[in-house]
Design a protein around this ligand. Structure first.
Ligand SMILES: Nc1nc2c(c(=O)[nH]1)N[C@H]1C(S)=C(S)[C@@H](COP(=O)(O)OP(=O)(O)OC[C@H]3O[C@@H](n4cnc5c(=O)[nH]c(N)nc54)[C@H](O)[C@@H]3O)O[C@H]1N2
Ligand SMILES: Nc1nc2c(c(=O)[nH]1)N[C@H]1C(S)=C(S)[C@@H](COP(=O)(O)OP(=O)(O)OC[C@H]3O[C@@H](n4cnc5c(=O)[nH]c(N)nc54)[C@H](O)[C@@H]3O)O[C@H]1N2
Ligand code: SF4
Ligand SMILES: [Mo]
Length: 893
């Protein structure tokens, strides 16, 4: 090997995806390519990354990026403008709305993907200077019920435990969490605990997920009834001597009322089983395990939070931990898994409309304290509108100017079509974005502001265990993109608040944020960064991952809360809460007999603005699929691969069908990731009801009544092209990232003019090879430029089955004659390598290879790994491999 010049050291930063908050080492190599690796020094991941983190390098190109400020002209087109013009436009529009309707006629809608510094500046501007608390965030759709549950019980929004508790617990109960897909690195720590220490894992979820595949006990619960299960557990603990009476007496109030109510809801084990739809034996097993295991952690996520009874579900979980004193000590406690990389940071600065700042609420003393700290001329005196109410106010015309930052409400809000229409009627819609086009931008934005993206951004994020990590830049700001905090401060200056928004960099913002957390705190508030308020710019630059509270400089001692009480209520006692009996917000009926559950897939992130660029991530589930139980499918006359139409009271979609025995009968599941940008008819948010939890305002996103019917399609097909792949009219299409090209999978109600299509894609000098069998409705064509594949169109029988083999060919610069001949057959037997759907994205191992290894005798996940390498790097696919082994072997693997 020849010696190379030493490369600059990689930059230590944090993954931009889930709330696990893994440390990433990102470097730019000699050729200008980006290298991504797990940071071995980061306590969250100790060097590991899941598939999404590993594929970050594939998501950083500038294709589709918003690079300049843009403004809508009178004729309706978007035109590039200077930063000055754009910021003047925002300030004038806000001033106009305030003149006409007061401060409450304006609003900000933020995101858990903003950095803490960005979030702090946005919150300060609105709540202290514009004078309205109409600042809400997509965390309303994500964490609001956890926040409300924590505050009811603890008097503060505190996550008491740490990730080490997951390594040290003997019982891990996951409620409404598909951690194998959504928090993969934490999940691997839990599975390692199961394997090394024999910890038991229980999964409570209406579906049998990849997470359930690894569990010791799976409770396939009736949707929305978790609170009954935990009320039943409280009753059972009370009746079997399972309470910690001394701890209860010393540190809590409300137990008696909570137990009385629990007895009404879940008087007996049999009643609990009946209400939750669970086998009594399984319920008994959970109760016995919980009673017998001191080191028990209950983890929960969107199956709990995104519910019309989300706060009560959280309270029911907190009640059992408080009643057993299992909180704040190693290996035990309730644990809310946060979704976004900075869900916690947003909560810390007060990004929610019902919080003020630094974990303070809208009490008179908090308002006064923050007013004095900020020197605020116009403090918001009461809570603002929560997301669903906020967009209703937009629809009513009560909010006239809205600024959306780092989130895509036209896709991700419930009743998303309604939200999209509402935004179209605004006097001013400002969107701070990384992307030039998305459903919110296209809802009628007047001003687009190009924001720095991951890799360019500079600041901090806080993960699920309260650990603050620096996100450091390793790429230059492209075009005229600017950090979000800089953009907001620019508008604040134009509104006349220059002095209070005059920071020179994120370190200065962070110091102020830390100082506010310390201001008149004296141990009365959980969130305390006093020890970081004096960081120099250099200290901030070098800041190592640190868990709060940080009360003194260098403080690293207190990592858990509440082992010895000390709650943040007036009497320092926790409150057990008497919860209500759960009822579904909307119930299935004859017209809409099924329940629509929505959520995430392993290899995509939200609206796919980043993960949708990565070919590696497109292979796991290229299309949005509707999962339903085989017997429901049979009843509806649907087979695997058919197209189904979904109708709720709020919207419609058309999705391919997949049969999944892991679905309960009567319940269907659809992924949330596809938008108007990436699919013809898969905007799932449009179908979701907007019923909200009465305490948290978080919408119910997991249970909307739906009808499902078959869509007659004339043909299936796909096209792949080197350049952009635009969909011809009339197709039910999905865009797929392809290495070396762009792909579209489709179904057609009218067969498209395929020969015309390939001719257009081939261009003037392309040569075309085609196969045509009109009797079978089959048409296949490939266009070449020299030896290089330029475009492929497949229509008719076998097209879908040929997809994975054909799209893989675009990665090759040229094709030899044998491969070209094989291509149009689409069949592996003719020499095409067909990996099948990808299971292991790290080593590109498809189902075909895994099935072959199992057939050849690989009996467990490790044996499959030895034979194929699948699952031996990031481990994200191990749960799915286990699921396949379970399905194929008579004895459970
Ligand atoms: N791959 C990937 N990972 C992600 C994300 C992503 O987009 N992609 N997003 C991140 C974000 S922001 C979030 S919030 C988290 C979400 O992480 P999760 O909450 O784990 O993900 P979801 O798929 O939304 O829902 C979890 C489960 O709740 C179940 N559920 C539905 N109704 C009920 C119910 O009534 N009771 C119970 N017990 N369970 C129910 C669903 O069947 C589903 O399996 O993931 C984060 N991680
Ligand atoms: N039906 C249903 N709906 C759901 C959910 C569900 O489970 N079911 N889950 C809900 C949950 S938990 C969540 S968290 C939301 C997520 O939903 P969204 O927040 O709407 O989804 P994202 O795709 O993450 O949107 C982020 C947008 O911000 C841009 N962006 C990224 N980083 C930055 C930045 O630093 N600055 C700026 N200015 N822009 C940036 C991206 O380009 C992208 O367009 O969806 C919610 N909606
Ligand atoms: S688990 Fe994966 S997505 Fe989540 S932070 Fe770690 S690498 Fe990123
Ligand atoms: Mo989320």
């Amino acid at each position: 090997m020849t010696a190379q010049s030493p490369l600059p050291r990689p930059v230590a930063t944090a993954c931009p995806y889930c709330g696990v908050g893994c440390g990433v080492l990102a470097g730019v190599d000699a050729g200008g390519g980006v290298t991504i690796a797990g940071d071995p020094a980061h306590p969250a991941n100790r060097g590991r990354l899941c598939v999404k983190g590993s594929a970050l390098g594939e998501t950083l190109d500038l294709e589709g990026r918003l690079l300049h400020p843009m403004m809508r002209t009178r004729s309706g087109s978007m035109e590039r403008v200077s930063w000055d013009t754009a910021l003047d436009g925002v300030a004038e529009g806000f001033q106009h709305a305030i003149r006409e309707g007061g401060p409450d006629a304006t609003a900000l809608y933020l995101s858990g993907q903003l950095l803490t510094e960005d979030y702090y500046v946005a919150n300060k501007l609105m709540k202290g200077f514009v004078g309205t608390a109409n600042v809400d965030t997509n965390s309303r759709l994500c964490m609001a019920s956890s926040v409300a549950g924590h505050r009811r019980a603890f008097g503060s929004d505190t996550v008491p435990g740490t990730y080490e508790d997951l390594d040290e617990a003997d019982l891990l109960v996951l409620v409404g969490s598909n951690a194998a897909w959504c928090h993969p690195i934490l999940w691997q720590r839990m599975v390692a605990n199961q394997q090394a220490r024999g910890a038991r894992i229980v999964v409570v979820d209406p579906r049998r997920t990849a997470t359930a595949a690894e569990a010791d006990l799976v409770l396939q619960i009736r949707p929305g009834t978790d609170a009954v299960l935990f009320a039943g557990l409280l009753v059972n603990l009370a009746d079997t001597g399972g309470l910690d009476e001394a701890w209860l007496a010393a540190h809590t109030t409300g137990f008696d009322e909570a137990l009385v109510r629990a007895r009404e809801i879940a008087p007996t084990l049999a009643a609990t089983a009946a209400a939750t739809g669970l086998p009594a034996d399984d319920v008994a097993r959970l109760f016995a395990w919980f009673a017998a295991t001191g080191r028990a952690v209950t983890l929960y996520s969107q199956g709990v939070n995104q519910s019309a009874q989300g706060t009560d579900k959280v309270s029911a979980i907190l009640n059992v931990h408080l009643a057993t004193g299992r909180i704040g000590r190693p290996g035990m406690g309730p644990f809310s898994l946060t979704g976004q990389p900075n869900a916690m940071g947003g909560r810390e600065v007060g990004g929610l409309a019902n919080m003020l700042a630094a974990h303070m609420g809208f009490t008179a003393s908090d308002i006064d304290r923050v007013r004095r700290f900020w020197g605020a001329p116009r403090m918001a005196e009461r809570e603002g509108l929560k997301a669903v109410q906020m967009f209703d106010a937009v629809a009513r015309g009560a909010i006239r100017a809205l600024w959306v930052m780092g989130t895509n409400p036209a896709a991700s809000m419930p009743r998303a079509d309604h939200v999209r229409r509402a935004m179209a009627g605004l006097d001013l819609l400002v969107v701070s974005e990384n992307m030039l086009s998305n459903d919110t931008v296209n809802a009628g934005a007047h001003i687009l502001l190009p924001a720095a993206a991951w890799g360019e951004k500079d600041g901090t994020v806080t993960n699920s265990e309260r650990r603050i990590t620096r996100q450091r830049p390793f790429l230059a700001l492209p075009g005229e993109a600017r950090p979000d905090w800089w953009i907001i401060a620019g508008v604040a200056r134009r509104l006349g608040f220059g002095e209070a928004f005059s920071w020179t960099g994120p370190a200065a913002v962070f110091r102020e944020h830390a100082a506010l957390s310390a201001f008149e705190n004296r141990g009365t508030r959980d969130f305390d960064l006093s020890g970081l308020a004096g960081l120099s710019d250099a200290d901030y630059e070098a800041l190592q991952p640190v868990q709060w509270p940080v009360r003194r400089p260098g403080d690293r001692t207190e990592t858990r809360f509440f082992a010895a009480g000390g709650f943040f209520t007036a009497d320092r006692r926790a409150r057990l809460v008497a919860i209500a009996s759960p009822v579904l917000a909307e119930s299935p009926d004859a017209r809409r007999p099924l329940l629509l559950n929505t959520g995430r897939l392993r290899d995509q992130w939200h609206t796919m603005t980043r993960t949708g660029k990565a070919p590696t991530l497109g292979r796991h589930s290229p299309e949005p699929l509707l999962a339903l139980h085989p017997s429901d499918a049979a009843h509806l006359g649907l087979c695997e691969g058919d197209v189904a139409r979904l109708d709720t009271a709020h919207g419609a979609a058309r999705l391919r069908v997949t049969l999944d025995p892991g679905q309960a009968r009567g319940e269907v599941f659809a992924p949330i990731h596809w938008t108007g940008e990436t699919a013809a008819a898969a905007r799932i948010g449009a179908l979701v009801q907007a019923a909200t939890d009465p305490f948290s305002g978080q919408p119910e996103m997991k249970a909307t009544p739906v009808s499902v019917s078959r869509v007659e399609v004339a043909t299936d097909g796909f096209l792949v092209a080197r350049g952009a792949a635009e969909a011809p009219e009339g197709l039910i299409w999905t865009k797929v990232a392809v290495a070396g090209g762009a792909g579209l999978l489709f179904a057609a109600t009218e067969p498209p003019d395929a020969p015309a299509l390939i001719r257009r894609l081939a261009g003037e000098d392309g040569t075309i090879a085609e196969v045509c069998d009109p009797a079978r409705g089959l048409y296949r064509a490939a266009a070449y430029r020299g030896e290089a594949l330029e475009a492929v169109v497949f229509i008719g029988p076998g097209a879908r089955a040929a997809w994975s083999a054909v799209e893989g060919l675009f990665a090759r610069p040229t094709l030899d004659p044998a491969t070209r001949r094989a291509l149009l057959s689409g069949r592996p037997a003719d020499g095409l390598p067909d990996p099948g759907p990808t299971l292991c994205a790290c080593f590109s191992v498809g189902l075909t290879a895994v099935a072959a290894a199992i057939a050849a005798g690989a009996g467990d996940v490790d044996a499959v790994g030895r034979a194929t390498k699948a699952g031996t790097n990031c481990g994200s696919c191990r749960s799915e491999i286990r699921k396949i082994l379970q399905a194929r072997s008579p004895v459970p693997a």
